[in-house]
Design a protein around this ligand. Structure first.
Ligand SMILES: *Cc1c(COP(=O)(O)O)cnc(C)c1O
Length: 347
């Protein structure tokens, strides 16, 4: 791996972060706060939230067995994705490499930041080869994006190839584990000390059933977390979100049972879906959704909309011609989808 200083944009490396009122005063004994120009009315929402989200991080630390210094929290994983571009990629000079197809936000953030985005096509089984990916890199490649289980394909990426990228690439490797809770593969979370160039992304939006609160997690070395923390907006995670995250973290056992439920429902739904006349193939899934090739994705998508059921049409995505991405819902929601599709008559 190159040194972190070599990988970081010089202006970011040199940056002295904004110091907020609540950064400067960190004690807990005071009872009169006249330092931040807040209103004294409308408790408790009159106060700025903790800019470092210490309580939430401590609880995440206990559950995930990762030290607080190795955790960054943001406004969804999307914030962490944007910040790694802003921290490490010099616009119009540096580039990033990613598998294709994958989560669309990596490319959007690359384009917003004017950073070249290089795609390497997956194979017919939606797997990747470390050598092919590394062949697309050059001296200016700062980041590689890997998503496992991958979206929209649903499958785990090959673990040995992931390790090969982590050990061979001299830039940073982002492993997006948004769907890891649904997978039987081990997370890379407990291997942060082994791979100083690893950034693991997870989120409250999927297994944690809290997409509305916008809370994403990035896990990495203390040095990488330090850089992300110094360039984020000071109060990037609001108080309502921090409060609700604590609620959900205390309900951890419930989340585990929701995950088990959805894994079971996915199996049942896949089994029935395969029997439909419009189904051609269901691709193996390790997530809370699956990708299915159907006879005519556009027509079936429109038909389902007319029945009040929304799935995701992925027809225009690489390797996904005539594919729909179906999220696993409750037993009853899945039943409604199947009943509608049984009734579907091609024009
Ligand atoms: C849904 C999803 C996320 C979550 O993004 P948030 O901003 O945390 O809601 C991240 N990565 C992938 C691949 C996803 O599918």
């Amino acid at each position: 791996m190159k040194t972190l200083q070599e990988l970081t944009r010089p202006n970011i490396w040199a940056l002295k972060p904004y110091s907020s009122a609540r950064d400067e005063y960190k004690g807990i004994t005071a009872s009169v706060f006249l330092d931040a120009n807040e209103s004294p009315f409308n408790m408790p929402h009159n106060r700025y939230p903790d800019p470092l989200q210490i309580e939430v991080k401590k609880k995440i630390s206990q559950i995930k067995h990762v030290a607080v210094e190795n955790i960054f929290l943001g406004n969804g994983s999307d914030e962490a994705i944007d910040l790694v571009f802003r921290a490490f990629c010099e616009p119009r000079i540096d580039n990033v490499v990613a598998i294709d197809p994958t989560y669309g936000m990596y490319q959007v953030c690359a384009e917003v930041n004017d950073v070249e985005y290089r795609k390497v096509l997956l194979d017919a089984h939606f797997q990747f080869s470390a050598d092919k990916l590394l062949a697309a890199t050059d001296d200016y490649t700062k980041l590689i994006f890997l998503c496992s289980p991958n979206n929209p394909t649903g499958n785990d990426l090959n673990h040995d190839e992931l390790v090969k990228v982590l050990t061979t690439f001299d830039g940073l490797v982002i492993v997006d584990e948004a769907y890891i809770d649904f997978s039987n593969q081990p997370s890379f979370l407990n291997r942060l000390s082994e791979f100083p160039n690893l950034i693991v992304l997870q989120t409250f939006s999927k297994a944690w059933a809290s997409a509305a609160i916008r809370l994403g997690m990035a896990f990495a070395s203390t040095e990488i977390i330090g850089i992300l923390s110094k360039i984020k907006y000071p109060y990037n995670v609001n108080q309502l979100t921090q409060h609700q995250a604590m609620e959900m973290l205390h309900r951890y056992h419930e989340i585990v049972s929701w995950v088990k439920n959805l894994q079971k429902e996915r199996e049942l739904l896949e089994e029935e879906f395969m029997k439909l006349p419009c189904a051609i193939e269901i691709y193996p899934s390790d997530a809370n959704f699956f990708l299915a090739k159907v006879t005519n994705a556009g027509a079936i998508y429109n038909y389902l909309v007319s029945q009040g059921i929304i799935v995701r049409n992925r027809h225009t995505v690489s390797l996904c011609a005539n594919c729909l991405r179906v999220t696993v819902g409750t037993r009853n929601e899945n039943k409604k989808l199947l009943e509608a599709l049984v009734q579907y008559k091609p024009e």
